[in-house]
Write a protein that binds this ligand. Structure first.
Ligand SMILES: [Cu+2]
Length: 306
């Protein structure tokens, strides 16, 4: 092959890469707000009244679906309120329109995903709406979808998103679900969730567990839409703290084995898979390892290294 032909072939191969990077995509999402239920299985488990966002009409998801975009993408989100109460939709640090969406109404949101990171979306009208399950996560990847925490930032092999939260079934979910008025001065949550799951469900959930081979790095995006702080303890290895509440930390990154995420807080950490074995990740509060006071349940997952 002549050099000119080789050059031409190389250019043809490279062209799509440049096109992908040069042209940000448009992302369109539709979220439906509805009332339904959330079942926590296992010891002390129960079915709770819940409200939430979903990508399908019918029943809520707790948490809502993970919305994704790459840095530079244009994102359009349509929120359809199929519930009997007003709600809203705010992506913390990204959107500012907190207008209530009345029952039966629809509202649109549009923005450019300008900064890679992890963002909480929720209903900000009142704490009851959020407690009932109205929250989820937007993840913005590095430009072009690169496996980097941000463009040019620390690299990872795969990622997980952990949403940690709590619910007070007798005082909040039962009351709000029955159309009553919650006395918000008393909050004694008795259900503790990771990605809407408790105990063995969270420990066995493929979308939640860190599962890979030695030498890989997991990016873990942690979001707390709850009203209690959650202290997450990783066994097996320390992790590096890359961001706290969207603020990028500087290298060398702090290495910890416990991270405390306050209400409405977020953090991105990387976890290097360094030794074969199976290790837990749980919260360092005994109460949060229960469901309705019964052990073992609550916020937990597993780290599997091969
Ligand atoms: Cu521990």
């Amino acid at each position: 092959m002549k050099w000119s032909m080789r050059l031409q072939a190389a250019l043809v191969l490279l062209l799509p890469v440049f096109l992908v990077n040069a042209h940000a995509a448009s992302r369109n999402y539709t979220l439906y707000i509805s009332a339904g239920s959330l079942t926590v299985n296992g010891a002390g488990g129960a079915t709770l009244n819940a409200w939430g966002y979903s990508d399908t009409s019918g029943s809520p998801k707790v948490p809502g679906p993970i919305l994704t975009a790459d840095e530079g993408d244009t994102v359009s989100i349509t929120v359809i309120n199929n519930h009997t109460l007003s709600h809203n939709f705010v992506i913390q640090g990204v959107t500012t329109d907190a207008t209530a969406i009345p029952a039966g109404q629809t509202r649109g949101y549009s923005f450019t995903a300008s900064t890679a990171g992890t963002y909480l979306y929720s209903d900000t009208l009142n704490s009851v709406n959020r407690e009932m399950g109205m929250y989820g996560v937007l993840t913005v990847a590095a430009a072009g979808g690169a496996n980097q925490a941000w463009t040019g930032g620390p690299a990872f092999t795969f990622q997980r998103t952990w949403v940690v939260s709590e619910m007070d079934k007798p005082r909040w979910n039962d009351v709000a679900g029955a159309g009553g008025t919650v006395n918000t001065s008393v909050y004694k949550p008795n259900y503790f969730l990771i990605n809407g799951k408790g105990g063995f469900d969270g420990m066995g959930d493929a979308a939640t567990t860190i599962d890979g081979t030695v030498g890989q790095t997991a990016l873990v995006r942690i979001v707390n839409p709850g009203q209690f702080a959650h202290s997450l303890h990783f066994h097996g290895n320390h992790f590096k703290v890359l961001t706290i509440n969207g603020v990028r930390q500087s290298s060398p990154y702090r290495e910890l084995d416990v991270i405390n995420i306050p209400p409405l807080g977020t953090a991105d950490v990387t976890y290097d898979l360094n030794q074969p074995g199976d290790y837990p990740m749980h919260v360092h509060s005994a109460q949060m390892e229960t469901a309705n006071g019964v052990y073992l349940n609550g916020v937990a997952t597993m780290i599997h290294m091969q």
